[in-house]
Design a protein around this ligand. Structure first.
Ligand code: 4FD
Length: 238
């Protein structure tokens, strides 16, 4: 069982995403446990539940204060060994191989970044890795935390059924998937490529591979360069 503890100032954002579909089933099957913690519950300032403050040296915006984060992590962690992730646009790029690596851990804490970021002492003393889910800025680290939870959970053995199987999906082998079709074979005059109706599995496999290559060349040539260099998705070990 992999346990996620997510620290956020918007705890209500999580239930609609995490308590549906495959993530809901994964929790019911005890493949993962997901606990959401309201950072404000750990504020020393019991009256205003303050968790942010102005940056020393001046400048715009607010920073997440060290006190609530230090106390939240200490309380949540207990005596367990945990891996602490902080989501921010300044982190290492998240990838499929990154997700695979995280499935090997037992306890993950994810701090959802906010405002202009965190006090550096949190990064220095509490954070094991800073992750970015892409080169864009969001209103908070909540969506990145959900995204990481989703990408990691679906890789845990027994979470996906046969229907949603892991084999031959996009990113396996650094190729995007080519076109796919379902019934009818002729939809309002728009026909499915005849090779797919041939029943010749070998020819179909070759056609799919060539389509995948063409598509990857067109939309993600960077993936092919990595493939040719023999590196995995993010250049890290899976
Ligand atoms: N690309 C990401 C993560 C968080 C975020 C925030 C500093 C802004 C994008 C720290 C500035 C956190 C990402 C919150 N936006 N926004 O992973």
């Amino acid at each position: 069982m992999l346990r996620f503890d997510i620290i956020t100032i918007f705890p209500d954002m999580f239930a609609p995403i995490l308590n549906e579909s495959i993530l809901k089933r994964a929790q019911e099957k005890k493949k993962v446990a997901i606990h959401i913690h309201d950072l404000r519950d750990y504020a020393d300032d019991k009256k205003h539940r303050k968790v942010d403050d102005r940056p020393f040296g001046g400048g715009p915006g607010m920073l997440m204060m060290p006190q609530p984060l230090f106390d939240a992590i200490k309380a949540i962690k207990g005596r367990r060994k945990v891996h602490v992730i902080y989501t921010s646009p300044a982190g290492k790029p998240f990838s499929q191989n990154h997700a695979k690596r995280l499935t090997r851990l037992k306890n993950l804490i994810i701090i959802c970044g906010h405002y202009e970021g965190i006090d550096e002492r949190v990064r220095e003393h509490l954070v094991d890795e800073e992750i970015s889910v892409g080169d864009y800025v969001l209103t908070g680290g909540e969506l990145p935390a959900m995204l990481i939870t989703d990408a990691v959970t679906r890789l845990i053995p027994g979470v996906l059924g046969k229907k949603e199987s892991l084999v031959s999906e996009s990113f396996e082998g650094n190729l995007l998937e080519g076109p796919q079709y379902t019934r009818p074979a002729n939809f309002r005059g728009k026909k499915v490529p005849p090779v797919l109706l041939s029943g010749n599995h070998k020819t179909i496999e070759i056609w799919r591979k060539s389509q995948a290559l063409t598509k990857t060349k067109k939309v993600r040539p960077d993936l092919l360069e990595k493939k040719n260099k023999g590196a995995s998705n993010d250049g890290n070990e899976s």
